[in-house]
Design a protein around this ligand. Structure first.
Ligand SMILES: C[S@@+](CC[C@H](N)C(=O)[O-])C[C@H]1O[C@@H](n2cnc3c(N)ncnc32)[C@H](O)[C@@H]1O
Length: 272
């Protein structure tokens, strides 16, 4: 099931929906696939040197990013952020550091908001997709895409006006944790913002001084076609796949999938 380490799918933790969400994904990978991790990745995702993606949805997601990155990209392309979230972020700033940038769902929205963007992403296959998207949009030089982890950001102290992560940070050490939050705050300049978009551990963040904002309105997943909606629902939302098929539409309300939409963020303004 999706445990506390799973970085995505906002099902209420411990809910039935959370338990079901990773079933089909977990079936796609085996323990032998863990060989794809670099040493640095293994030290975070399988600290005891072993794990089973058939049992651990968090590991299955990490394998997805490395073994089938295009499949992940198809999913995230269908989950646009609420425009209120993007509008809320600071704009006209010098440097934005995005951690866990993936294939650029948020990165592409940040381009107009900062003079320089640094996108940190540990998974090489996702970095490749992000670089090719940026090149295709003629933004290859404005955004620097570099490897790195929450708990070891390759950026100087007090350097960014905004340090942000979307659909990635959790309190677990492998996916952020105390060390990851401290790193994000180290890199953020006094008077700058640290923001966690689509957060799923609100109490944990609130206890560390993070405030919460959520934007209202109905939200749907927007697949490129009805066929794509059905195919991806069968993998990522198997319990809802029948309902998705029955709707006959490329648009699928998040409510029907049983997950919270990407409409919220937690943030902290660092004291000057
Ligand atoms: C669900 S994806 C989100 C990607 C992107 N931010 C988006 O919104 O589409 C989670 C991302 O977290 C990254 N990630 C996982 N563990 C990480 C870590 N310890 N440090 C930095 N990034 C990490 C993954 O490689 C992946 O890109």
């Amino acid at each position: 099931m999706i445990g506390p380490e799973a970085p995505v799918r906002r099902s209420p933790e411990g809910s039935e929906a959370a338990a079901r969400a990773g079933r089909e994904l977990r079936k796609r990978y085996a323990a032998a696939d863990l060989r794809v991790f670099t040493r640095d990745e293994a030290s975070r995702f399988i600290p005891r040197g072993e794990g089973d993606p058939q049992e651990d949805a968090g590991l299955a997601w990490e394998l997805l990013y490395r073994i089938e990155p295009e499949l992940y990209d198809r999913l995230s392309n269908a989950e646009p952020l609420h425009p209120g979230v993007v509008d809320w972020l600071p704009s006209d700033v010098d440097l934005i550091a995005e951690v866990a940038a993936g294939t650029g769902r948020l990165t592409m929205e940040l381009i107009e908001r900062g003079r320089r963007i640094v996108a940190v992403e540990p998974a090489l296959p996702l970095r490749r997709i992000l670089r090719s998207k940026l090149a295709a949009a003629d933004h290859g030089t404005r955004v620097r895409v570099i490897p790195g982890f929450f708990d070891q950001l390759p950026l100087p102290d007090d350097s960014a006006d905004l340090v942000v992560a979307c659909s990635a940070f959790t309190p677990s050490p492998g996916h952020g944790g105390e060390a990851g939050l401290a790193e994000m705050e180290r890199v953020c300049r006094p008077g700058g913002y640290v923001a966690i978009i689509w957060p799923n551990h609100l109490d944990w963040l609130a206890a560390r001084g993070y405030r919460y904002v959520s934007f209202p309105g109905p939200m749907s997943m927007e697949f490129v076609s009805y066929q794509e909606a059905v195919e991806l629902a069968e993998i990522f939302y198997p319990e809802a796949a029948g309902a998705v098929r029955g709707r006959g539409s490329r648009r699928v309300p998040f409510d029907l999938l049983g997950v919270n939409p990407p409409r919220d963020l937690a943030f902290r303004l660092l004291a000057e």
